[in-house]
Ligand binder design. Structure first.
Ligand SMILES: [Zn+2]
Length: 303
């Protein structure tokens, strides 16, 4: 029996961003192929879609209505990076609900941890607007569900995507029960995430990584700074914003990580929260590297 589940469904491919967008359905195809070839043989769980109430724990009603209208009625969303079409609505609801499905499977003792292989990604989505390829903030919806349903007293989020998770930081900036730690390249999109932003009761921690950081700089920073802080918080769950755009080949990042380094990063944190970990796919735009990084990350979750 595997201790790790993969959360995935075909609707993730139906979110069509057009021919030239880096956050394309081809990412799902590359990941599926990489997992097939890996021989890891992971059990796949179908996500349940997020309910309106699940979304409204993080997002404003106006935002949910706008995304729905833009997806289903062909409305135009003002951020040109963030494309939506008819298939995007189901994909967005399933991507936003997948974390809750994963947490339930972990809470039931069915699995120890889970990796969510869905799109659209989420960590740039703000409570009141979509941004940076993200429609709803999937990881924030999950963390808030864990808190408001009483499934967790404290939740930690580690975001190692190469970009700052501005939406996640904002969702929990005044919530002392959710500790958000981000390592991100700076200067870089979206230009947020400063070390002096510490949130209520110091429950935000931003670590800026200059362009060109080595794998050792990443692992030393996680081992020396991020992991001890996450552990001290004594969380009931560790949620990961797993972006693989820090890979040295990634077209949207300027870091020097290799696929194996994502396994090393995972091993540095996998004991936290008693191993109750749910990992969310965020970025990663070099198709071959994306597959290799995700397999390396999930292999470490399975150990
Ligand atoms: Zn990213």
């Amino acid at each position: 029996m595997s201790r790790t589940a993969l959360i995935y469904c075909e609707e993730a491919i139906q979110h069509n961003t057009g021919g030239y967008h880096p956050e394309s359905p081809l990412r799902m195809k590359a990941l599926r192929l990489a997992f097939e070839e890996s021989g890891l043989n992971l059990p796949v769980l179908q996500p349940d879609p997020a309910s309106r109430d699940d979304l409204l724990r993080i997002h404003t009603r106006a935002h949910v209505d706008t995304v729905e209208a833009c997806c289903l009625n062909g409305g135009h969303y003002p951020d040109p990076d963030t494309v939506m079409g008819p298939g995007s609505w189901d994909a967005a609801l399933l991507s936003a609900g997948a974390g809750i499905t994963a947490c339930k499977a972990v809470l039931d003792g069915q699995y120890e941890n889970a990796f969510i292989m869905m799109r659209p990604p989420g960590h740039h989505a703000e409570p009141d607007h979509a941004m940076g390829f993200c429609l709803f903030n999937n990881i924030a919806v999950t963390a808030r569900w864990l808190r408001e349903t009483g499934k967790a007293r404290r939740v930690t989020i580690l975001d190692f995507d190469v970009h700052h998770g501005n939406g996640t930081q904002d969702a929990f900036y005044h919530d002392e029960t959710v500790f958000y730690v981000s390592l991100h390249e700076y200067p870089h999109f979206p230009g947020t995430g400063f070390p002096y932003e510490r949130g209520k009761d110091n429950t935000t921690l931003n670590i800026q990584m200059p362009p060109g950081c080595s794998p050792e700089q990443w692992t030393r920073t996680i081992e020396g700074m991020a992991a001890p802080q996450l552990e001290l918080f004594a969380p009931d769950f560790l949620l990961l914003s797993s972006g693989f755009d820090g890979h040295r080949l990634d077209p949207l990042g300027n870091q020097l990580l290799e696929a194996a380094d994502y396994g090393a990063i995972t091993r540095l944190v996998r004991h936290i929260a008693g191993g109750r970990i749910v990992s969310f796919l965020e970025g990663g735009y070099h198709l071959t590297a994306l597959g290799q990084c995700a397999v390396s990350h999930v292999s470490a979750l399975m150990e």
